[in-house]
Design a protein around this ligand. Sequence first.
Ligand SMILES: [Zn+2]
Length: 408
Amino acid sequence: MPAAPRGRNEIPPIYLPSYETKTSVHKQYVISCGESRHVGLTLFKNIWQHTLPHIQIMKPRSDLCFKCQQHREQISAAVTENEKLAAISAFTEHIQQAQNERDFYNSCIRKSKDKLSAVNIQPGHHQPNSSDLTDIHYIFDYSQLFLLPHSSQQTGPIYFVTPRRIQCFGICNSAVPIQSNFLLDENETIGKDGSRCHGPNSVISMLHEYLRTKSYGEKGAQFHCDNCAGQNKNKTMLHYLSWRCAKGFNDELNMHFMIVGHTKSMCDGCFGLARIKYIRSECQCVSDLENTIDNSASCNEVIRPPFPWYDWDSFFNRVFKGLKGISKFHHFRFTNELGVVYARETTESTEQRFDLKRPDVNVTEFLTQYPSVLAPAGLSVDRQSYLYRNVRQFVRDPHKDELCPRPL
Ligand SMILES: [Zn+2]
C-alpha cells in the first residue's frame, strides 16, 4: 500500500495474498534456509509479530476494488526504480480520488444534519416551512436476498433447494438516520419470478414512492448510490430527476455515484443490522421477515407493496435521449429546466451542461402526462410447482399455503 491507513502514523502495510498463512510462509522460510539453522514456527510467528507487524495477510473479501488490486499487482511487478515510482503514484492518485469522494459523501451527511436540526421536523411530515429545506441527503442500494422459510436452527436439506427469494431495496435518510427497506416477494416484482427487480423502472418506482411518502417535500436533495449501470447510473434515472424538478416536486436535485470498489455506505450498515437479526430469527412468511427487519434496529423500517410500478423507461424515451459518455461522470445536477443535466467527473472538475430533450418536445403538454402502470408478472407455473414440490416440506404448517401454495 502507498500509505498507512488514514490517521495512523505507521509503516505502510504490505499485504500477502489471502491464500498464504503464517505457517505456509514459515515453510518457505525453512526451505530457503537450506542447510543452515532456522527458528521454529512459534518463534517465527513471534518475531514476525514484534518486528514486522506491517506485513499482513490479506483477509478474504468480496468487496475489494478491482482497480486497487491491479495497482497493487503493478507495484509488485515493477522492476526498475522508475517503474515502481510510477506505479505507486498511479495507485496514490486512485486512493486520493476515492478519499475525496468519501470526504464529499461525509460532508453531504453533515450538511443534511445541520439543515434538519435547524428546523426540527420528522421525515414524512410535510410542514409549511419544510419546502424551504435543501440538501437533504439520501442513499439507496440493494441488499443481499433474504430467503424464506428461514430458521436459526436451519436443517441441512433446505440448502439444496431454492426457497422463496425476497428482494430488499433500502433508501436511507442519512441525517436521521432511518432506512426504509422495500421488501419484494417473488410475485410482486415487475418481471416474473422476482426478475427485472434491479432495472431502472423498479428502482425509480421505489424512489418515487419513497419521496412521495417519506421525504419532507424539500426543495433540494442530494442522492448517493453505487455506480451500477443497470440499476442506478442510466439515462432513465437522469430523466426522472430532471422531470421531478421540471414538475416542481423539487427545485434542485443532485445525484452522486460512488467510485466502483469504494462504495461502502450507511445502507450497508443498516442491511448488516437487519441480517444479524434475520440470521437469529424464525421467518416462516413475509410478515415474519417484515417484523424481523422492523425490530432489527431503530434505523430500519419496512415498506411493503402495493405501490405502483411505473413504466418510466418508455415514458421518458419518447422525449429524452441518453447522455453520451455517462460512465465517466460521477456527479449530476438538475434544475427546473426539463431535460438539462449538469455533469462533473469528480468533485473538483468543472460542470458540463447537456440538454437531453429531443427536438420538438412540447414541454407543457409532456408535464401534464404520467407514465403508465405495470402490473407485477407474478409466479410462473414452473416456479409454483417447484416451490410446491421442493420447498413446501420445509415450511411450518400454518404458512405452507402462503409460501408454497398448490399450483393453479
Ligand atoms: Zn480502488
